[in-house]
Design a protein around this ligand. Sequence first.
Ligand SMILES: NC(=O)c1ccc[n+]([C@@H]2O[C@H](COP(=O)([O-])OP(=O)(O)OC[C@H]3O[C@@H](n4cnc5c(N)ncnc54)[C@H](OP(=O)(O)O)[C@@H]3O)[C@@H](O)[C@H]2O)c1
Length: 289
Amino acid sequence: MTKSVLIFGAAGQLGVELVREFTARRAQVHPFTRRQIDLTDGAQVQRAIEQTQPDLVLNAAAYNMVDLAEQDPAGAYAVNALAVRSMAVACRQFDAKFVHFSTDYVFDGQRRVPYTENDPTHPLGAYAVSKLAGELYAQAYLDALVIRTAVVFGPGGRATPRGNFVETMLKKAEEQKTTGKPLLVVNDQTASPTYAPWLAARTADLVDLGQTGVFHGGGEQAVTFYDYAQLIFRAAKLEVNLQPADERQFRTPARRPKYSVLRNERMRALGLAPMPNLENLITEYLQGQ
Ligand SMILES: NC(=O)c1ccc[n+]([C@@H]2O[C@H](COP(=O)([O-])OP(=O)(O)OC[C@H]3O[C@@H](n4cnc5c(N)ncnc54)[C@H](OP(=O)(O)O)[C@@H]3O)[C@@H](O)[C@H]2O)c1
């Protein structure tokens, strides 16, 4: 196990699980949150890595506001691409290994079978372009490990302002009690929701195995957001008037892939455990509420 680990984005959904997982595996963990560091300032990034002298840097920070990124592409690029470049440059300089997280949105969703690590990328908007640029920067200066994930949910999402899809659905169910209006959820976008504690554990496994290059780390269970909402309400034992909708009823500033299920081809080849059943994990998540 790596001895000293610096974690950027340590207060995010995935970040809190990485802190927990690497601490449990007896690493000396140095968590950095936005309160301590603005990652768009390259000098601050360099200083954090220089002062900590970690064996490994993990970057779980991101500008995740997919629609806002269309009005603020430079803001998304600063966090998702240029900050990653600062990290990679400093990791090379101070001989640290580097792990960075990316997204299923690097794909355009034209296929109907899960995407593997070898499939060509074609991002559809400012957020997705910035994340793909981050992947390239991560790998431009050293042999980084890049893990693409999707629709992340985890206990950290209960405390963060943006939360996650589970929290959004629970809030909408509560609102429905007063509005009485049906809850419309898109049924023509399919992805593979991913449980952050599982992803953190697989990340530590990949680090232990000395892996580099691009890996997929998604939940692998293909669901539309409507299906996902149904699973959430069933696990939460909530009666909700839920209705399927299509993307045209929710025209958002950003285009999104219609299908972005990830197949974890390289993890499978290494014999790493796939994510357990999604509904059981939603139940586990809800039990922690
Ligand atoms: N969430 C998803 O559904 C999803 C889907 C696909 C891929 N991913 C990828 O998975 C990784 C982890 O995502 P997540 O769900 O854990 O995201 P998250 O909960 O939104 O956490 C991201 C963290 O990054 C921090 N951050 C943003 N800009 C920063 C800056 N300029 N300086 C310092 N910190 C900054 C945020 O701080 P603030 O909260 O203060 O802004 C937040 O704590 C990311 O690479 C993301 O792109 C996520």
